[in-house]
Write a protein that binds this ligand. Sequence first.
Ligand code: ATP
Ligand code: MG
Length: 205
Amino acid sequence: MGGTFDPIHFGHLVTAEAARWEFALEKVVFVPSGRPPHKKDYRVSDPEHRYQMTVLATASNPYFEVSRSEIDREGYSYTVDTVYEFRRFYGPEVQLFFITGADAILEILTWKDVDRLLKECHFIAATRPGFQLNRLGESRPMLPVEGRHRIHLIEVPALAISSTDIRWRVQNKKPIKYLLPEAVEDYIHRQGLYRPRDCGVYEKS
Ligand code: ATP
Ligand code: MG
């Protein structure tokens, strides 16, 4: 499961657990992005903070791991590089699933490496009940025929939670309790992340 995780929240964790359960995955590896190409317009928190928060958030689930793969790689992070790295590491027999939210799966359709990606791994896209399924259905014909069946949809409950909203809440001194694990909330406050002095860095979307 890739993401900026700035910060990681229950939306990510619920999605990962739902995917693990529905596809009987051996484990879920969270891969905090290094320098995401699609987010180069605004600053993202230090990768070490994002890594640390991801470790804290996943510690209590024995099926969850965190990878430094993208954080330790130079330059921008491209999903295809990470998938190839995982393939090399785990070998040809292992089935790889890339877990994303429905918003991200729609972006995937525009990635230049979508053909190569679909040869290497499956995609699990999480949607809220009823949400965006139609839009994906409409875009499906654009996908390479042999790869289409490798995109799976799962529904996860609730979750209007987003990192953008959480950053905005901290900046505006609103509560973030129950949106993310307590250890991550404590870390954010202790490290002074997303404070008003950073104002202007983040925009609520
Ligand atoms: P931001 O608001 O900064 O974009 P985000 O909350 O969307 O952050 P990301 O780190 O960008 O989090 O997301 C990582 C992955 O998790 C993406 O594939 C995204 O679609 C998915 N995701 C994010 N929030 C949710 C949620 N509430 N429910 C399900 N999936 C989610
Ligand atoms: Mg996002």
